[in-house]
Design a protein. Structure first.
Length: 371
């Protein structure tokens, strides 16, 4: 039977992700629009984006947060090109974005001393092979595979190398061990449902020390430069951005941060993501034609939830199109490089009630596509 109840909000895309519940453009503080980002007003708004992020995430003393160009990708590229080189590198990948960082390290930076540890979609490589004397590059959550790092015990507290972590679909949804992360990047359009084109770069004191004492042998474009005269451009971490940001996007991000604070902080956004995942876990447990791509529960993402079905690829695509046509689930087809399946965003801006309403539609669309 075709269900009659539809989700109130059908935006389950894994990026850009759904806006927060109750979101309205009219609620944004747009006093910075039409003003210079270098004005006192503009710098204050950008500075608040940095300081409020650090406060809500509970970052350790001495950690710095900056707004940088080009989303999470730009933040990661800035880190890789600015910091890698003086030590061997251990790079871990289990889906397309991690593979992209390996391509940068091996084929673009052309570093010689690189160890790559990879795993197929649905699995994790052996993180225990990370050498504490090496720099380590990895994603915390594989957005296109639905596989996350379960914990940070494999990262030594007495490490000599830096840990560089792409955490874009993990920040605000997973409990990250910040003291073990020297460089962390993310973007606003994931768990917070913010707008694109801007990245966040979080640096530990150890990362700052590397920046101030190491000069890469390759040229760095202006938007990658974080030092001048051997000293950190500290203004970047107080709201003095390298290039011109969208102040409308900044206002949108500040609204999202205020929403997190109003919920009670990151503990609640993590709890919301976990509750959302639980809806799908109950559904999968009750239906033998659908399963998680992640091989085991402990590595199962609570944001980018990837599912595979007992259907050929054409059937899976037909199912996603049916759900789209009915207006019950937009943009939930698997990532183009991933195994055929569905990818349903369960980050904190999603309401569990909408996922509950979606589940019967999955059953209907599966049987309709199967025939």
């Amino acid at each position: 039977m075709k269900p009659t109840v539809k989700p109130a909000h059908a935006n389950f895309s894994s990026g850009p992700c759904s806006k927060r519940p109750g979101y309205a453009l009219a609620q944004l503080d747009v006093s910075t629009l039409g003003r210079s980002h270098r004005s006192a007003l503009g710098k204050a708004a950008l500075g608040r984006a940095c300081s409020a992020t650090a406060e809500l995430l509970g970052l350790p003393d001495g950690y710095r947060v900056g707004v940088v160009p080009a989303s999470d990708t730009g933040a990661m590229e800035m880190a890789l090109w600015s910091l890698l080189g003086p030590r061997p590198v251990d790079a871990f990948a289990w889906e397309s974005f991690g593979e992209g960082w390996i391509t940068d390290i091996v084929k673009q930076l052309k570093l010689d001393a690189v160890n790559t540890y990879t795993a197929p979609y649905g699995q994790l490589p052996d993180l225990g092979r990370a050498n504490p004397q090496h720099d380590v590059v990895f994603t915390w959550n594989g957005t296109t595979s639905g596989v996350k790092v379960p914990a940070g015990d494999w990262i030594r507290d007495d490490r000599e190398g830096l840990t560089i972590c792409d955490a874009t679909s993990a920040v605000f949804a997973m409990d990250l061990p910040w003291s073990k992360l020297d460089v962390t990047t993310f973007s606003w359009q994931k768990v917070l449902g913010g707008e694109g084109a801007h990245g966040m770069l979080v640096l530990s004191p150890r990362a700052v020390e590397r920046l101030e004492n190491y000069r890469p042998p390759w040229p760095l474009p202006k938007i990658f430069r974080l030092t001048s005269g051997g000293k950190l451009l500290d203004g970047v971490f107080r709201g003095e951005t390298i290039n011109t940001p969208s102040m409308l996007c900044v206002a949108d991000y500040l609204d999202a941060l205020d929403w997190v604070r109003g919920l009670g902080g990151v503990a609640e956004t993590i709890a919301r993501s976990n509750r959302n995942l639980a809806v799908i876990e109950r559904f999968v447990a009750a239906n033998d034609w659908i399963r998680f791509l992640a091989a085991t529960p402990e590595i199962r993402s609570n944001t980018s939830v990837c599912l595979v079905l007992d259907l050929p690829e054409a059937g899976v695509k037909a199912m996603a199109k049916l759900l789209e046509a009915e207006g019950v689930a937009h943009d939930i087809g698997a990532y183009r490089d991933a195994p055929a399946g569905l990818r349903i965003w369960c980050g904190a801006t999603i309401e569990a009630a909408d996922l509950e309403a979606l589940m019967p539609w999955l059953t209907w669309a599966y049987h309709a596509s199967k025939g």
